[in-house]
Design a protein around this ligand. Structure first.
Ligand code: AMP
Length: 397
């Protein structure tokens, strides 16, 4: 058995999966929610055909891991009987220093907490979970897999903002990019699907989920991406604005809107939810179909922005072999895919409407026979990628 416990933690939740790395099979999975909310914790655990759910008092991340260990016992398979050889932790921000999966010791854990300055919503929760997991599983190797690492191959011209260079250096301001775990596995699986080595391909990946980003990938290496210093830049998202003139933020601040309020407006109350009242594309789509003008405009803005980046990355890569859609909207939005791809026939991108609209899941080609660019839908699987990268690092030790 070669299983990995994959941990995806937030400030108030921990999701986990035990993945048999060779077969990809999920041996168990679950989540602990509402960590730190007095008496309101909730624990769900699934293994084989059974599901256990219970409420519990979960004051902190250590209590969450204790609850996870209890869940394995209650389900009849204690965690030490699953052949787990590594714990893989998803970490959103690795700054400039973490360019590959990294074995976690106390110093690495401390650096992940230091980087909370750049990812205040994410890294503190990762750090709390890592410290707790090291306590509960002291004999297993723990690996941090970073969402930023894949983008560390970007050239300086793509990651540099045109700011005073001393100021940028002093405050660590540059493009880092996110969703790297997803962009990595999706671009690799897309290459497998068409039977070509990833090293030969120019690829554009559209990760369109509640958070959304695009990536230009040359020979398997990220050369540009739409998210920046933080996961706020770029595409329109469920609750985030994506690109906004930085002057608009100064304008709001000068008009007396507080920093916290501006943060909330841009990160939580913008994007689809800001423009339509719902962050879920299914609601926006239904409203637009019912004639709601705000919903129709929101879809137009969304598509317009994605097309901007598609055009930009065709320029950056000097053409593309594949365009790959993934994540919630990318995998389930044939209407969005058609709108984003429309009018790109000039560069050899031709969608096949029947393939695009076919009600099937799994990786598939949706471009027409003879399309110079192969357009695909490839489901993302960040947990499988974390498991694979963790095993690869542990095997190399
Ligand atoms: P993700 O962050 O990848 O889990 O994507 C979640 C988002 O995908 C949801 O908020 C929806 O907007 C969208 N989504 C999920 N399922 C569908 C569907 N069947 N049709 C359209 N959009 C969907």
């Amino acid at each position: 058995m070669n299983a990995v416990l994959v941990v995806n933690s937030g400030s108030s939740s921990i999701k986990y999966q035990v993945i048999d790395e060779r077969s990809g099979e999920r041996l168990a999975q679950g989540l602990v929610e509402r960590i730190g909310e007095r008496g309101a914790g909730h624990v769900v655990h699934r293994a084989a055909a059974s599901e256990l759910a219970r409420d519990a008092d979960i004051p902190d991340h250590s209590a969450a891991f204790a609850a996870i260990v209890e869940s394995f016992v209650a389900a009849g398979t204690p965690v030490d009987q699953l052949g787990i050889v590594a714990v893989g932790h998803r970490v959103v921000h690795g700054g400039s220093e973490f360019i590959a999966p990294t074995l976690i010791d106390r110093a690495v854990a401390d650096r992940i907490l230091d980087l909370a300055e750049l990812a205040p919503l994410h890294n503190p929760g990762h750090h709390a979970a890592i410290v707790a997991a090291l306590g509960v599983f002291p004999d297993l190797p723990h690996v941090a897999v970073f969402d930023t690492a894949f983008h560390q191959t970007m050239p300086a011209k793509a990651y540099t903002y045109a700011l005073d260079r001393d100021l940028a250096a002093e405050h660590g301001i540059r493009r880092y990019g996110f969703h790297g775990i997803s962009h990595a596995i999706v671009s690799r699986r897309a290459a497998e699907l068409i039977g070509r080595p990833v090293e030969e391909l120019k690829q554009i990946v559209l990760h369109l989920g509640n958070g959304a980003s695009m990536c230009a990938i040359d020979g398997g290496r990220s050369v540009d991406t739409s998210m920046g210093l933080t996961p706020l830049e770029g595409l329109v998202m469920g609750t985030r604005s994506g690109n906004v003139d930085a002057g608009a933020i100064l304008h709001l601040l000068r008009r007396g809107v507080s920093i916290e309020e501006v943060d909330r407006e841009l990160n939580k109350r913008a994007g689809f939810v800001g423009m339509t009242g719902s962050n879920d594309f299914r609601d926006v789509r239904a409203a637009a179909a019912g004639g709601d003008e705000a919903a129709k405009l929101a879809i137009e803005v969304y598509v317009h922005r994605a097309r901007h980046y598609l055009g930009a990355y065709l320029a950056v890569l000097e053409g593309a072999d594949t365009v790959v859609f993934t994540a919630g909207l990318g995998e389930n939005g044939p209407d969005l895919r058609a709108l984003i791809c429309a009018g790109f026939e000039w560069c050899g991108l031709l969608l096949d409407p029947a393939r695009n609209e076919a009600d099937v899941s799994g990786s598939r080609v949706i471009s027409a026979e003879g399309s110079r660019i192969t357009v695909m839908v490839v489901p993302t699987d960040e947990e499988a990628e974390i498991a694979q990268q963790s095993i690869a690092l542990v095997a190399s030790l």
